[in-house]
Design a protein around this ligand. Sequence first.
Ligand SMILES: Cc1cc2nc3c(=O)[nH]c(=O)nc-3n(C[C@H](O)[C@H](O)[C@H](O)COP(=O)(O)OP(=O)(O)OC[C@H]3O[C@@H](n4cnc5c(N)ncnc54)[C@H](O)[C@@H]3O)c2cc1C
Length: 420
Amino acid sequence: MKKITGVDILDEEVKKKLTTKNIYKIFNNFIMPLITEEERDFLEELELFLLKSIETNIDLNTEVYDLFPILGKKNYIQRLNNFGDCKRCNMRYEMLLAMATSIVDPELDLARVVTGVIFANPLFQFGKSDRITEVLHQIVTGKKIGCICITEKYQGSDAVNMKTKIQDKGDYLILDGEKLYTTNGPNADYFIVYGVSDPTNPRGTMYQVIVERGFEGLETNRLGIQSVPRVEIGQTIFNSVKIPKENVLGAKGQGYKNLFSGLVAERCAIIGSSLGIAWLTAITALIYTNIRSQFNRPIYDFQGVSFPITQLITELMAATELGFTSATEYDKTIEHQHFEEKKYIKYNASFSSGAKFLASSLAHKISYETQQLCGGIAFTDNLRIDKALEVAKVQEIIGGARNIQLYLVSRAIKDMISFL
Ligand SMILES: Cc1cc2nc3c(=O)[nH]c(=O)nc-3n(C[C@H](O)[C@H](O)[C@H](O)COP(=O)(O)OP(=O)(O)OC[C@H]3O[C@@H](n4cnc5c(N)ncnc54)[C@H](O)[C@@H]3O)c2cc1C
C-alpha cells in the first residue's frame, strides 16, 4: 500500500497530553456512571490491552487485518456471544468493546464489527454443523476474516427483493449473483450470502449460506472507497458456486427471518462504534483546545469554541445512554428467548434503528464540528479527527442508510396509533 501518512507537526506539549491513555481517562469519567462494576472492570482491562497490544502495533500505512489475531488472542474480536470460558459477553460488553476499540483505531473497529458481530453472530445463532463450529473458531480467534453479502447493484435499501439466485440441487445448492460493498470482502475467508430461489417470492424462498474462499466460481474485487483505505470493501461475484448443505445457515424461507433478526445486532454494534468515534473526537477537541493558544489565551477560553464543544458533549452523553438502553433491550430479548415473538422483534428493530440513526449521525456531526473547532491540525493525521470523520461517514450508511432507519421508526410510530 502507498504510504499515506505525513510529517509530524504537533506541538510537544500537546503530544504529551493528547495521548490515548488520557483520552480513555476522560472517557471513563463520562462512561463509568452508566455501567455496572463488572462492566467497569472489563473496560479498564480492555483499555490497558488496547494501549499495550494494539496501539503499539497500529500502522496507518498498513491495513487493519494484521491486528485481528492480536485481538483474537484475548477474545476481543467480539463480545456479543459466549466463546470459550468468557463470562463477560452480551451486547453491553460488545458496545464497550466497540467504543474503546474505535477510540484507538476507528477503521480497525469497522472491520472487527463486520467479522466479529455481523458475520459471526448468525453462526452463533443458527450454526449447527461441525464445519460451522470450525469456521466460528477461526473467526473469533482472529485467524480468519468474515464478511456479509446482502446489498446488490440494483437492490440496495430494497434489499429484500434481492436477485441473487440459489437453487437446491438435492445434495448441494448452486449460487449465482453479484453483491456490492462487501466490507472485508476482497480479503475475507468466509462470506455469509443471502439469495432466493424465486425472486417473486423473496420472503418465502430466501436462503442464508456460507461461501468459503477457494470455492470455484467465487470472485472478489476491491472497490475504490477512499474514506477507509485500511479496510477492503468489494464487489463479490458468484458464478454457479456449489454450496455444500453443511454450509447452509438458513434454509428456504428461514434465510429471510435470519436476515432480519441479525440486523438488530448489527445496528447495536454500529451504535457502539459510532459512539466510540464521537467520544474520540469530542475528547480530542476538549484536550487540544485547552492547550492551543491564540490571542494569548487557550482557544477554549473563547465561548465560540467552548460552547459548541460543551453542547456536542451534552448530546453525546444522551446518545450514549440511549445506546446502552438499546443494548440492554437487545440482551433482554436474547435472555428471554423472545426472538420468535413478533412484538419484541418489531420493538427491538425500530428501537435499534432510531438509536443507530442518532448515534451515527452524531458521530459524523461531532467529528466534522470538532475538526473545524480545532483548525488545520485536525485535517492532518497528527490528530485522529479526520480519520474518525471518514469512518463516521461509513458508519452512517453501513447497516442501512439513515432514511431506511427513519423509515423503520416511522412505521413503528404509525403502528402505535393503529388502534385509533
Ligand atoms: C462503505 C460501505 C460499506 C458497506 N458494507 C456493506 C456490507 O458489508 N455488506 C452489505 O451487504 N452491504 C454493505 N453496504 C451497503 C449499504 O448497506 C448500502 O449502501 C445501503 O443499504 C444503501 O443502499 P444503496 O447504496 O444501494 O442506496 P439506495 O438504496 O440506492 O439509496 C440511495 C438513497 O435513497 C434513499 N432511499 C432509498 N429508498 C428510500 C425510501 N423508501 N425512502 C426514503 N429514502 C430512500 C436512501 O436512504 C439513500 O439516501 C456498505 C456500503 C458502504 C458505502
